[in-house]
Design a protein around this ligand. Sequence first.
Ligand code: XIL
Length: 645
Amino acid sequence: MNLFLPFKNEPKINSKRLLIASILFLLITSTSQSQTLRDIAPNGKYIGTIVNGNFFNNQGNNGPNYEGVIAEQFSSIVAENDHKFENIMNNEPSDIYDINTYNINTNKLDRLIDFANVNNIDVKRGHALMWYNQAGWLNGAAADWSREKIYTFATNYITKVISYRAGEINEWDVFNEIISDNNDGFRTGTWYDNVVADGKTVQDFLDHCFVVSRNALTAALGETEGNKVKLYYNDYSIESYDTNPNSKNGFMRNMISEMVNRGVPIDALGLQSHFVSPVDESFTNSISQTMDEMIGLGLICNITELDIRICNGAAPASAAELEEQRDSYERVAAMAIAKEGCTGITLWGFTDAHSWIPGWSNGECGDALIYDNDYNEKPAYYGLASGLSVPCLNNPTVPQAPFSGTPAVIPGVIEFEDYDLGGEGVSYSDIDLSNNGESDYRDECDAVDVVTEGSETIIGWLSVSEWLEYTVNITQLGNYSFIISTAADVGFEGEGSIEVDGVDVSGLITFPSTGGWSNYQDTEVINIALNAGEHVLRFNVESGSFNIDKMTISSSTLEIDNFDLNANLKAYPIPFNSTLNISYNDIERTESLNLLDINGRKVLNQKYNNEAVIKMSAENISSGMYFLQLNLRGSITKIIKVIKK
Ligand code: XIL
């Protein structure tokens, strides 16, 4: 039995792809030393790291090659600590209602921006505008502030910082860590508590900070440029999917989706991702589920503080531990970077010589990064590189062309897997990047979910909005019937439609449950009028889940200008203007009449009304050639050409 379950949450990266990715990466690295992480990362996606305090102090005591490695390997940077509140505003301004640029440490922003510009680092992240932690004097002061004072201060602070060299920092963590660790909603016990007054909530304050950020950016840059700066909510322990709505993940998902629904200007969710090695596949699948849901809201969802620590007391990491860590980095990177809504991965450091983990874990854990203390690449470096090298991500498209070299002939049989060459957006559209069916029938990089079982090849995992196109050669103008063979397990069904040259010719077609994923049944659609010649036929998935095998297209009973002469058919006047009159022998055999335009689209419909002459009122259609389709009892269809003045 073969179950082609159209799982929505199928792992998008299968093991075969990982193997290919690894081989590809080995080939790349063994033939050339010049491939760095930023080269390997897919086009348009960044790989980032933090820059630490010494970097800002220009002390140069990070080790000889700290800045060199960053410039060579990374396409994004973020300050580990130096853009946090305590470092941007060391002292309480004399008038907190009147914050000036000299109240903020602009040199800290300059240093990051300038270094990035000199070294071609594409994405500069800002971390973080609002956070109860590392907030210096604010924590003490704001503990006594009113809700109003906090709002005003936050507005002024955010506006000053985000407007400084506005737009040069491409992404800002507007709010960091506002959710409690105790499955009880928003964090309490900080000055955030003070915003809850006069009917206002912590949520209102969070929304406010995003609105203020966006407003400041659009004021400084205009709407188009202002909207290009991505505004993030960033947090930890929110990564893996949890069905409990009170869990940190559940609360976060609800909070974010409500913000999106309310129109709060949030662009992105940051998953900090401070993980413990080994990270297994069920964990990355669970993160993947969170990311898909957030991306489904229209947000970017990125990994913003990745490190994967080894917790073995103070012992040096064993070779086996380093291998596990390698695989962990590979899994996280491969899972995330392949998603369209994931635009980058940021590491919380790159060398174990400078990592917050040993201090934070009291020496219990360490070795969390991809270079060792001496700046040598660890296995984790290669795991990350392999995870970033998604082989088909930038697969170029080619001009659309028939799969077999010549257009499929209609009438005839079209196998669905023989969709045109071209690629995503050209000859097909698939919602994810890999062939979940793993068939070798088509190009390795095609994302259409083709499945081969024995001698049968079909397409599974259909999802709404996916489509497939076929260049066809219609031998003659006429009326056709389509028999489409589909399968869907108990409890599943779906809908599709057929377009020719962009025009819907079928309307919605319902495909029933057939009781099994490999139990194929035929659904017939009749009276589809098609023009002769070469055309592009598209199959659209409109809803549901089903597998498709083939469509058999045959000519319906069709006669053009060739109506049984004895029928004494009259359609008059020709050309007609406001009314088309139709009469013929046996008129009582009529069920209905359709007037079709030259694309086969129904423009008028008239039921038989027992009159000797059928009148179609044609005032509102434009002039030109039409086909009059007579549907007679006994499934007989006749077509004649008529002309409107
Ligand atoms: C950490 C820094 O790495 C440390 O140097 C500092 O002492 C504490 O903060 N979540 C965050 C980061 O958002 O800002 C934290 O960075 C790590 C956890």
